[in-house]
Ligand binder design. Structure first.
Ligand SMILES: NC(=O)c1ccc[n+]([C@@H]2O[C@H](COP(=O)([O-])OP(=O)(O)OC[C@H]3O[C@@H](n4cnc5c(N)ncnc54)[C@H](OP(=O)(O)O)[C@@H]3O)[C@@H](O)[C@H]2O)c1
Length: 275
């Protein structure tokens, strides 16, 4: 269990998910975690749902905590930081979950010398199978990275990247990626239905197959192309399936999806940071 108090600023989908996982995994107990929302009604609802103290006073939550997790929408960030600024101390660790919000933007809205880590978790964090990438700001030490890693390990795999300019690319691959994965699973299942499988079986087959394929990439460390070759028997069935995928341009479509989402992230960063 961590020996720290955490304030979750924003108890929406991501803040609530992270709070509930931290409690479930025993990373902190309910006295070490508090949350905030904008509206009183949401605070009462979250308090009942998660069994922690949830308030609408960000300043009080921050003052009482060691780690401040910013889980509000990017467009609310500047206002939230403005109110927090007077109470943020150098012994605080500030972690942002916000997409399209540069670490420097957060640092510039806080007193000089505050350790800030930008993070990008994704939806499967909800079930402990997430992917989170951490990007340290200029005042972050190893102990801060270790602390943030302990927090996000509760909800899945964690990696660290030292380049804030690559966080929009990270967002495009692992932040948005679950949506692409769901489309692939949905389409594979639709294919199964087309050739006569019951829909529920087709969906289970598709989902478990993508899960297993992904786990093999991570566990064996082999290149996906090598693993694909293991399934592709000469003159067998898979190679015909692959030909249809190539004709449909699936590779280019996925590459373009990541490229477009990255560009959109940069565009949104530019917009929110000019405010
Ligand atoms: N959803 C994803 O898959 C995902 C993945 C990675 C990162 N993120 C990032 O996570 C952040 C949160 O996203 P979300 O999807 O969880 O949003 P969300 O469900 O809309 O939740 C936002 C939360 O922030 C609260 N809030 C708004 N203004 C506030 C203020 N001034 N002070 C305190 N709390 C305030 C809201 O309270 P009320 O309910 O009272 O308005 C709500 O609890 C975003 O920056 C997003 O980029 C999301």
């Amino acid at each position: 269990m961590l020996n720290k108090k955490i304030a979750m600023i924003g108890m929406g989908k991501m803040g609530g998910m992270l709070a509930s996982s931290l409690l479930k995994k025993g990373v902190v107990n309910s006295d070490q975690l508090c949350g905030t929302t904008r509206q009183e009604a949401s605070a009462i609802k979250s308090q009942n749902e998660y069994g922690i103290r949830v308030m609408t006073d960000n300043v009080k939550a921050a003052e009482e905590s060691d780690v401040i997790i910013l889980a509000v929408k990017p467009q609310s960030m500047a206002l939230v930081l403005e109110y927090l600024k007077p109470v943020i101390r150098k012994d605080h660790l500030v972690i942002s979950l916000a997409a399209a919000t540069e670490t420097k933007f957060i640092e510039d809205h806080l007193p000089e010398g505050i350790p800030v880590i930008r993070s990008m978790p994704n939806l499967p964090c909800l079930i402990g199978q997430g992917m989170t990438v951490l990007c340290p700001g200029k005042h972050v030490e190893k102990e801060h990275i270790d602390l943030a890693t302990s927090i996000f390990t509760a909800v899945g795999r964690v990696d660290v990247i030292d380049r804030d300019d690559l966080m929009d690319a990270v967002t495009a691959v692992s932040g948005s990626g679950p949506a692409y994965g769901y489309i692939i699973i949905e389409s594979l299942a639709e294919g199964g239905v087309k050739v006569g499988l019951p829909r529920s079986l087709a969906t289970t087959l598709a989902a478990q197959t993508i899960l297993g394929a992904a786990a093999m990439v991570l566990e064996t460390g082999q290149h996906p192309a090598q693993l694909k070759d293991m399934v592709t028997t000469p003159a067998g069935t898979t190679v015909d399936g692959i030909m249809a995928l190539e004709e449909g341009g699936v590779r280019v479509a996925l590459i373009k999806a990541v490229e477009s989402a990255t560009l959109k992230g940069k565009e949104l960063s530019g917009e929110s940071q000019s405010k």
